[in-house]
Design a protein around this ligand. Structure first.
Ligand code: PMP
Length: 310
């Protein structure tokens, strides 16, 4: 197939059975979302949000897209906005990786920084303020927009269902990290219908509030919440795993060493949680999880030197 534009490269990512030792001979399958053209799962979201806004008549040729983001959604939105000839302003807390910010700028987006200490809440407030100041602006607002879970319910989830059905595999559990919670909610809705009895587990880093406790900073990037995601009202997790930075980064290292996979820290956390969940499942069950992005966008943060740094 000859592709006509980069958005056609989004989705249909590989599903890989991991070579990992697990309790109860459980198999873990990972959806490798770093194979999207912008390098993460969020390319699906950027394209879906822009398409949704266009269909609702919310965009003109002069619209400026404004969005608070940890980075990957910014890259996905910048790709989708570029295709439509629209300007993009991304509001990013300073702490997030340089690589993601460089890539957003390379796609033509403008970045506005907010202090790391004010977290994603600070970025949301700033984006909302900018939207009142810039005429003809559109805020997709991934944290509130129901098109966020729908982006995964309509693309990623069916890809999983198709592969498991085609290969006559049962599915006992789904494991995904939560930032906005869109990935978890959108995919869980579909998988629970197709695989009755499925356990849906959500993953957060220490310092995220889902399992209680105070919000504090963490090194695992892309997941962790400062407030309960709106999308969890309808789609409640059956289990919540709180994974330490050390556990997440250890799995990042192991995945490179033993599976030849370059994954970001949220993927490491997803694998750590999957291994814990495997202990609770019957023999020979299958788990599917999501690896949202690659370690290559965290090299400036020395993702493989974590052990020596702490
Ligand atoms: N992992 C990474 C690397 C991410 O960038 C994000 C989105 N911030 C997530 C996981 C979590 O995705 P969601 O917002 O759909 O919960």
């Amino acid at each position: 197939m000859i592709y006509q534009d980069v958005s056609q490269l989004i989705g249909q990512t590989p599903l890989m059975k991991l070579a990992v030792e697990t309790p109860n001979h459980v198999s873990i399958y990972a959806k490798l979302e770093m194979f999207n053209p912008g390098g993460s799962i969020k390319d699906r979201l950027g394209e879906y949000l822009m398409d949704d806004a266009q269909k609702k008549g919310l965009l003109t040729a002069e619209t400026t897209i404004i969005e608070p983001t940890a980075g990957n959604t910014g890259i996905g939105l910048a790709l989708a906005a570029q295709k439509r000839g629209l300007k993009t302003i991304l509001v990013v807390p300073e702490k997030f990786s340089q690589e993601k910010q460089i890539l957003m700028r390379a796609l033509g987006a403008k970045i506005v920084h907010t202090p790391s200490g004010s977290g994603i809440k600070g970025a949301i407030a700033k984006a909302k303020k900018l939207a009142t100041q810039i005429p003809d602006s559109y805020l997709p607002l991934q944290f509130e927009n129901l098109a966020n879970p729908a982006a995964y319910a309509t693309s990623l989830a069916p890809e999983i269902v198709t592969e498991f059905t085609k290969n006559k595999l049962s599915l006992a559990a789904f494991v995904a990290g939560a930032g906005s919670g869109g990935t978890f909610a959108g995919i869980t809705q579909v998988l629970k219908q197709k695989f009755p009895g499925l356990t849906a587990a959500v993953v957060e880093p220490e310092g995220s509030i889902l399992n209680g406790g105070a919000s504090h900073s963490h090194l695992t990037e892309g997941i962790g919440v400062e407030f309960i995601p709106l999308f969890f009202a309808k789609t409640k997790p059956d289990v919540i795993y709180t994974i330490s930075d050390r556990e997440a980064f250890e799995q990042v290292k192991q995945l490179a060493l033993t599976n030849g996979l370059f994954v970001g820290s949220s993927s490491g956390a997803a694998l750590a949680a999957s291994l814990k969940l495997a202990k609770e499942l019957p023999q020979n069950s299958n788990i599917v999880t999501i690896f949202p992005d690659s370690s290559e966008r965290y090299l400036s943060k020395h993702i493989y030197r974590f052990e020596e740094e702490i």
